[in-house]
Design a binder for this molecule. Structure first.
Ligand SMILES: [Zn+2]
Ligand SMILES: [Zn+2]
Length: 270
């Protein structure tokens, strides 16, 4: 059985990704309004109360916005690490379940998740490796200033990765952001540039890797063609799969990891 991945949207105005295996599904982040999330799920005919769990990577609003309300309304379990729960003011007993770094969560018989700590601003952010019962693995990493050795070790061998390509270095440097903000974005706790993302992918690339989604692109400091070309330039010789970009206003497509052929199902935008 494959892992199905649908980015409901990704960027500084909100992030949420639906991952499904068999009858089980999870949302990674819930960073849109509840109304928006439900609207986007409706577009792909997914009933919100079919979602088993919502996993919040860190407390920033573009990842956490409606997570608690959604979990209560849909009766889905809410998961985060302790630091994120504290920052969100969530009760770790009655409102959410907390986990530690590298503690594997068995969400259902079909889906398990491994949280990996990654450096990001004032947040205790995590990347996630999602595995299903058939042994397919997909990695998800956004909002990080750099990839740790540990993250790269876990991304290696994944069949799919969704990874941020936040900014084009030249665009950021030539843009109007104050120097202090430029320093923060490019720092260890900031975001990944297109070239950093390309470097990470080329390091973790194995023949297993079939699909890549570049996400969390900055509106001001990046463009889809810049991100895609920078990554492709580095990996084109070895990478035989497909690259996609997830924009802010998804869902645009579904990827099924584990199919012999890469399946991309495109949703009409109306
Ligand atoms: Zn963040
Ligand atoms: Zn973010």
């Amino acid at each position: 059985m494959g892992l199905e991945i649908i980015h409901l949207g990704s960027g500084s105005r909100g992030n949420s990704t639906l991952v499904t295996s068999g009858d089980s599904s999870i949302l990674i982040d819930c960073g849109f309004s509840l109304k928006q999330i439900e609207l986007r799920l409706k577009k792909i005919d997914v009933k919100p109360d079919s979602i088993d769990a919502i996993i919040v990577t860190h407390h920033h609003g573009d990842h956490s916005k409606s997570a608690l309300r959604a979990s209560q309304k849909w009766e889905s379990k809410l998961y985060s690490n302790t630091e994120t729960a504290i920052k969100m003011g969530w009760n770790p007993i009655s409102e959410c379940r907390t986990f530690g770094n590298l503690e594997r969560l068995e969400i259902s018989e079909e889906i398990s998740v491994l949280p990996i700590p990654i450096p990001h601003d004032d947040a205790e952010n995590i990347a996630l490796i999602v595995s299903n019962g058939d042994g397919y693995r997909a990695g998800f990493a956004t909002d990080l200033g750099e990839a740790t050795v540990e993250l790269k070790r876990h991304l290696k061998g994944c069949a799919h990765i969704s990874i941020e390509a936040n900014y084009d270095h030249n665009k950021l440097m030539q843009g109007l952001y104050p120097d202090s903000l430029k320093r923060r974005i490019t720092g260890r706790g900031g975001h990944l540039s297109n070239s950093q993302t390309a470097d990470i992918i080329s390091e973790i690339l194995t023949p297993n890797l079939r699909t890549i989604v570049l996400c969390h692109l900055s509106d001001k400091n990046n463009a889809p063609h810049l991100a895609e070309s920078e990554v492709l330039m580095q990996i084109a010789n070895e990478f035989k799969g497909s690259i996609f970009i997830s924009g802010q206003d998804g869902p645009d497509f579904k990827i099924i990891v584990g199919e012999k052929e890469i399946k991309k199902i495109t949703y009409s935008q109306n």
